[in-house]
Write a protein that binds this ligand. Structure first.
Ligand code: NIG
Ligand code: FE
Length: 407
């Protein structure tokens, strides 16, 4: 056992509901608190001095200066395994071309596919690990990572194998997701339906065999896969035993409804979701994930997080870090900005980046500071936790702990 502290404030996020709006008065803040660790889990949270006197003769890790501590963050939607860069797309969009126009002219996702296919395994792994380290430095210790820039058996497996290799080299938890249904690749001769069947028969069985991912994602959009074919595909992936997540309602509405109907763990994007579908999401267990990084990258509107929370949805916030629509990768900055535009409370933002996003990944062992949960947390040199969002990402994390150990 080990006691860490004293912290000026321990913001536990414990006892907050999984869904719906939150007020900041609901936050549990323990002043002069400590965290008692047993191996890799939290044994107890409480007043530091009390914990110290209750547990004589245990190791004490004293915290220097005034610090506050939060549960570590969970980024439940990223595409950080990729080759190349799309700075030119960014410049073209800012000069007036749309995301879809750039995609149609050979830029967009397809250009990242070409760079990812031609990248060596070493380079792909190296840049992936660099991005993971950047996220860890922000206090993010659980990271979902999608394939989706390979788009054939060889290259989708290459990506997923590199994600698996990266997991062997990082203490962060990686959650791999197979996004072979990102786009029908230009060199596939056949219809969308043929390509989706190719994923079902050629890619997913191998993903299963090598235990490379337990989740499947699809981009349902006019420029990618259509609602009906996607629904059939998702039902079949479910029959194969995969969990589902969906890129839904990014530019056109309708697909979040499909995500709910097929029982997806999450429906992500939702910038274009209509009021009726907000209600539908709110009645479901499907997590509604806002991706403010994509709104900032594309200059599009934000996910209606306020309306979703008011309707009672489970709202997560993730970075969508990818080379095209969301190149920034700083979830803390993005979530702070979303809060300003959508009028979200600090509690709603923190919940959206911790236990609510963890729920969407099927990980209910983290995201709050309470006994029995994974001892992942992040500390900041400040005496007020509100400074984390107030500084919009420029207040750097001081220490990041994974399984109770500082990394
Ligand atoms: O989540 N919308 C589709 N997929 C990604 C973008 C990927 C890319 O542009 O490379 C997204 O925004
Ligand atoms: Fe995405």
């Amino acid at each position: 056992m080990k006691l860490i502290g004293p912290f000026k404030q321990v913001v536990t996020l414990a006892n907050l509901p999984l869904r719906g709006k939150l007020s900041d008065e609901q936050l549990e803040i323990i002043v002069d608190g400590g965290i008692l660790i047993n191996e890799n889990t939290i044994q107890k949270i409480g007043n530091f001095e009390t914990l110290k006197s209750e547990n004589q003769n245990i190791e004490i890790e004293y915290v220097e200066d005034e610090q506050i501590v939060l549960p570590a963050f969970v980024d439940s939607h990223t595409h950080i395994c990729f080759g190349g860069n799309r700075a030119n797309d960014f410049a073209m969009r800012n000069a007036g071309k749309t995301y879809l126009e750039i995609a149609e002219s050979g830029g967009g996702i397809w250009s990242s596919v070409q760079h990812t296919r031609s990248a060596s395994e070493e380079d792909l792994l190296k840049t992936l690990l660099e991005r993971i380290d950047f996220l860890i430095s922000l206090g993010i210790t659980t990271i979902e990572v999608k394939s989706g820039y390979g788009l054939d058996v060889e290259n989708e497996l290459k990506m997923l194998r590199m994600i698996k290799k990266a997991q062997e080299q990082t203490k962060a938890t990686l959650v791999p997701t197979c996004l072979s249904a990102h786009l029908k690749p230009r060199d596939f001769s056949g219809s969308n339906e043929d390509y989706l069947n190719y994923i079902l028969t050629e890619i997913l069985p191998k993903v299963k065999e090598e235990n490379l991912a337990k989740r499947v994602d699809i981009f349902i959009e006019k420029s990618a896969f259509q609602p009906e074919e996607s629904k059939v595909f998702l039902r079949k992936t479910k029959d194969l035993g995969f969990e589902i997540t969906v890129h839904a309602d990014q530019f056109t509405p309708g697909s979040s409804r499909i995500a709910v109907e097929v029982g997806a763990k999450s429906a992500d994007h939702l910038e274009a979701t209509i009021d009726e579908d907000i209600e539908f999401l709110a009645q479901s267990e499907t997590v509604a994930t806002a991706l403010p990084g994509a709104s900032l990258g594309l200059g599009e509107k934000f996910t209606p997080a306020r309306k979703l929370l008011d309707a009672g949805a489970i709202v997560a916030i993730a970075s969508d870090w990818n080379p095209g629509s969301a190149p920034m990768g700083n979830l803390i900055t993005q979530a702070s900005i979303l809060a300003t535009f959508e009028k979200l409370t600090t509690a709603e933002v923190l919940a959206g980046m911790t236990f609510r996003s963890a729920f969407g990944l099927g990980l209910e062992d983290r995201g709050q500071l309470k006994s029995g949960l994974k001892a992942d947390f992040v500390t900041y040199k400040t005496n007020n936790f509100q400074n984390v969002l107030y500084n919009q990402g420029s207040l750097k994390a001081d220490s990041v702990y994974i399984d109770g150990a500082k990394i």
